[in-house]
Design a binder for this molecule. Structure first.
Ligand code: HEC
Ligand code: HEC
Length: 262
């Protein structure tokens, strides 16, 4: 018993220490972890705009704002933001990036663009994490639905989405900590969903899915499921929030809370 407590404390220490290391990430690491699911630097538009040269195009305060509080910027009816949202079809999500992190990322963007711009004829710039060739993994919507409601487990043990999200259009009434994802497909599009699920950088989810990232196949299945759900193809059976899901929510919240308190 004593040993178990000791091991527990040791694990906790390791977590605390590695969290400290995580805080000291470079701009490049931050970019590839949080942004590269949707953006390249010189590799062309993906779900979001290509960010090559963005540090020359926009002023720094504006960049900090869009990176740290895109939701607020949109609410303020910022004209540039409005235009971008129209063009790309959805608003960049708030990823919980701090001001300090945003500054590191902006410095990295500035340096990287400089390296890339001098001659247009040189080899085309690449994104820092080489863009894998577009995913050809075919999504299976039924498998995505089962993953969503927890009938099938995630390979890396992430909690089922239903514990925090509903997809009412597919008859799935889940937890309410996260929003209803019925219209996710038209909101984010194929690439947007894949980018979002790859990085999982939404405030609460980030903690819950730490070290439990979804596999490419799982992401493809969920994307296919969201696509079908929106078209109303999924049979609207009822999946009320089950006792199990309530239990998972409680566990997850307790886990996050415990992790924060340390
Ligand atoms: C889920 C996809 C997604 C992620 C992740 C994401 N962005 Fe974006 N970003 C967008 C979209 C879409 C737009 C354009 C619409 C808007 O402005 O909201 C955008 C716009 C921007 C712009 C403005 C570009 C311009 O031409 O002025 C900047 C700068 C930016 N993002 C930086 C970042 C950084 C830095 C990160 C990582 C911390 C990040 N984004 C993560 C989707 C994303
Ligand atoms: C522990 C609760 C929890 C779990 C489990 C969870 N989420 Fe979330 N999710 C949230 C919260 C909280 C937000 C951010 C707040 C919001 O937009 O409602 C969010 C945001 C999102 C967003 C962005 C929504 C938007 O409109 O931009 C997507 C996409 C998403 N979640 C998908 C999923 C998927 C897919 C799963 C299962 C793999 C999942 N979530 C599991 C809590 C959770």
């Amino acid at each position: 018993m004593r040993e178990a407590v000791f091991i527990g404390i040791a694990i906790l220490l390791i977590v605390v220490i590695s969290a400290g290391i995580v805080d000291a990430k470079s701009g490049e690491e931050l970019f590839s972890e949080k942004c590269s699911g949707c953006h390249t630097i010189g590799g062309g538009d993906m779900a979001g705009p290509d960010l090559a040269g963005v540090t020359e195009k926009r002023d720094k305060d504006w960049l900090i704002k869009i990176i740290t509080e895109p939701d607020k910027l949109a609410r303020e009816n910022d004209p540039i933001m409005k235009e971008l949202i129209n063009k790309y079809g959805f608003q960049m999500p708030n990823l919980g990036v701090t001001r300090g992190e945003a500054e590191l990322i902006i410095d990295f963007l500035a340096q990287y663009s400089e390296r890339g711009t001098p001659s247009e004829t040189s080899t085309p710039a690449v994104s820092p994490t080489p863009k894998e060739t577009p995913q050809v993994v075919a999504g299976d919507p039924e498998s995505g639905r089962m993953l969503f409601i927890g009938e099938k487990r995630f390979q890396n043990d992430g909690p089922p989405c239903i514990s925090c999200h509903s997809v009412r259009k597919a008859g799935i009434n889940g937890g309410t900590l996260g929003n209803d994802l019925s219209d996710l497909y038209s909101k984010l599009g194929e690439q947007g969903i894949q980018g979002a699920l790859k990085s999982l950088q939404f405030p609460v989810m980030k903690d819950v899915f730490a070290g439990k990232s979804l596999t490419e196949k799982e992401i493809a299945d969920l994307t296919a499921f969201f696509k079908e759900a929106e078209q109303g193809k999924s049979k609207p059976d009822q999946y009320p929030l089950s006792g199990f899901a309530v239990f998972v929510v409680a566990l997850v919240i307790a886990g996050v809370y415990y992790g924060r308190v340390k």
